[in-house]
Design a protein around this ligand. Structure first.
Ligand SMILES: Cc1cc2nc3c(=O)[nH]c(=O)nc-3n(C[C@H](O)[C@H](O)[C@H](O)COP(=O)(O)O)c2cc1C
Length: 203
């Protein structure tokens, strides 16, 4: 069973969460976890101005995803930062190149799931995840979120990401906040949860 995690990250938060999702998925026997990033669409000079050059070096070794790899996967988990309450343009661009696999129905009946990161606590995490759900539904995918059986979901003793829609982290306005233990646990839970569902679906 192949579980594909596809992410875009500018400053590293979504990448960190993607690694946690992968760790959770690997706990499930018989699951091959494949981690991929989507192509960058911004020119290097813009990334430099945004202060993203150094952060992106840390995950530059992760191969860029192709639509074919999407078609070959049994389950897909998407990670995207929030951009104005929506998925980022890089992820949108990637999906807009998947018309061929949409036509072939290559993702129909497979499980799909989404996690995110935003700068601020109420900056649109849920709408971002839902924006990706719309695309996954057009591909015929079955949506999995992050159920309340993940205990960390109900915490109010600290500021935390994660919702029934999917795992999330809050990067802070200047990007200095890193995913907390609770947020990382949510990401691992989501990875494992999706992998378990995919194993059942591919039996
Ligand atoms: C163009 C742009 C739009 C953004 N829009 C939002 C937003 O609507 N809400 C929010 O909380 N953060 C917003 N952010 C902050 C990003 O979500 C944040 O930098 C990101 O989650 C960090 O993840 P990363 O390190 O993986 O790139 C925006 C950032 C950029 C560059």
């Amino acid at each position: 069973m192949k579980l594909l995690i596809v992410f875009y990250s500018m400053f590293g938060h979504v990448h960190r969460m993607a690694e946690e999702v992968a760790e959770g998925a690997r706990e499930v026997v018989g699951v091959e976890v494949i981690l991929r990033r989507v192509p960058e669409t911004l020119p290097p000079e813009v990334l430099e101005k945004m202060g993203a050059t150094e952060s992106q070096k840390k995950f530059a070794h992760i191969p860029v995803c192709t639509p074919r790899e999407l078609a070959e996967a049994d389950a897909v988990i998407i990670g995207t930062p929030t951009r104005f309450g929506n998925m980022c343009g890089q992820m949108r661009q990637f999906f807009d190149a998947t018309g061929g696999i949409w036509k072939a129905g290559a993702l129909v009946g497979k499980v799909g799931s989404v996690f995110t990161s935003s700068g601020t606590q109420h900056g649109g995490q849920e709408s971002t995840i839902l924006s990706v759900h719309t695309t996954l539904l057009h591909h015929g995918m079955l949506i999995a979120g992050l159920p309340y059986s993940f205990d960390g979901q109900t915490r109010t003793d600290e500021i935390t990401g994660c919702s029934p829609y999917g795992a999330s982290t809050i990067a802070g306005n200047d990007g200095s906040r890193q995913p907390t233990e609770n947020e990382r646990a949510g990401a691992r839970y989501q990875g494992k949860y999706v992998a378990e569902i995919a194993v059942k679906l591919t039996k």
